[in-house]
Design a protein around this ligand. Structure first.
Ligand code: PLP
Length: 372
């Protein structure tokens, strides 16, 4: 079997599992308590916070642990609007965690070009004193496009100087030095399961003591920013996965980038009429997104699954009819072609055999679907 769906989730890194196990067994304490068992958990929590802060380029006190990327994004947007009022602005290719939060908070959405890069002029025009938070992701989950965050920050500082800049770095962390690339952002969201950590744990960097209205009220953990008993094992696992991801990032990027190029070039050569989505020059190395006109992704993914290849598409079945992905629509891909897009996403565990299987089965199955 070939697993080419690392953008959906990744296997747990052995370092993360080893770090977590003691906190699921002997060190089970609640870190909010005062006795020895609690203190042991608290110590691990604070060590993990330092490790996460180092990987994200912030101070430990600026890390808020959350229950994943969706919660971190929602805390960023609703936290600013709840505290300061105003409204959010985001790009049209954001993950639904940002897009739907923006819509729920009465915000507006700014377009992108054919590569999926945010239109900086349109962004400037959408900003003003009533905008309190701007959200532009670092790397896109469907097509892998990396946004020019430093330029986005410059536009935000110029056109809405009072606004906070949030970036969803959930897909970026595995591939990019988020500490450097998101240095201009006030708020940065990550999610452990996208880089070999466990599911249901993430973090939001909140720089400079910025005050947020909490989403979750309760015992006042995380300096009143996120109540609830800490997921100590999950947080420790996330920190271990982060450190391992950072240590291997450079070699992984080179190796996986070469595999992705072989996969994308091989499929473009083997499938007549295949189109690559986006521009490889501004993509993370693990993303291969292709459209095979005449072969709808829903049917192709079913056949690929049968052939032992796990992949996905951004389209969703809404009220019985296939709806094309909002990302491809924003990039100007015609609806019928967008319904024929598939994402093959690679990760550190991807091998030559995985790519060989894809190169063998995809052309054959696309041809079968086109024959009808
Ligand atoms: N943001 C992006 C860009 C994502 O790809 C995802 C997950 O698919 C999320 C946010 C949500 O993260 P989580 O699954 O941890 O809630």
């Amino acid at each position: 079997m070939a697993y080419l769906d690392h953008a959906a989730t990744t296997p747990l890194r052995p370092e993360a599992l080893a770090a977590m196990l003691p906190f699921l067994t002997e060190h089970f304490g609640n870190p909010s308590g005062a006795h020895a068992v609690s203190r042991r958990a608290k110590q691990a929590l604070e060590e993990a916070r330092e490790e996460v802060a180092a990987a994200l380029g912030c101070a430990p006190g600026e890390v808020v642990f959350t229950g994943g990327g969706t919660e971190a994004d929602n805390l960023a947007l609703a936290g600013v609007v709840g505290r300061r009022g105003g409204r959010p602005v985001c790009s049209a290719v954001e993950h639904h965690a940002v897009l739907h939060a923006t819509e729920a908070l009465g915000g507006t959405v700014v377009g992108v070009d054919e590569r999926g890069v945010v239109d900086l002029d349109a962004l400037g025009a959408a900003l003003g004193p009533e905008v309190s938070v701007v959200s532009v992701m670092l790397a896109n989950n469907e097509v892998g496009t990396v946004q020019p965050l430093a330029q986005v920050a410059e536009v935000v500082r110029r056109c809405a100087p009072g606004a906070a800049l949030h970036t969803d770095a959930v897909q970026a962390f595995a591939w990019m030095d988020v500490a450097g690339a998101a240095a201009d952002a006030d708020l940065v969201a990550v999610s452990a399961h996208k880089f070999g950590g466990p599911k249901g744990v993430g973090a939001l960097v909140v720089r400079g003591g910025r005050k947020l209205a909490p989403l979750v009220h309760g015992g006042g953990q995380e300096q009143e920013r996120r109540s609830g008993t800490h997921n100590v094992a999950g947080i420790v696992g996330m920190a271990a996965a982060m450190t391992a991801a950072v240590a291997g990032r450079e070699t992984t990027n080179l190796r996986v980038g070469a595999l992705r190029d072989r996969l994308a070039d091989g499929l473009l050569a083997a499938v007549p009429g295949a189109v690559e989505t986006g521009d490889r020059a501004v993509k993370i190395p693990g993303n291969c997104h292709l459209r095979f006109p005449g072969a709808e992704s829903e049917a192709l993914l079913f056949l690929l699954d049968e052939a032992g290849l796990c992949a996905s598409a951004g389209s969703a079945c809404a009220s019985g009819a296939m709806e094309p992905s909002h990302v491809l629509a924003a990039m100007g891909v015609p609806r019928q072609e967008a319904l024929c897009g598939i994402r093959l996403s690679l990760g550190p565990t991807t091998t030559d055999d995985d790519v060989d299987l894809a190169l063998r089965v995809v052309p054959e199955l696309v041809a079968r679907l086109r024959r009808g």
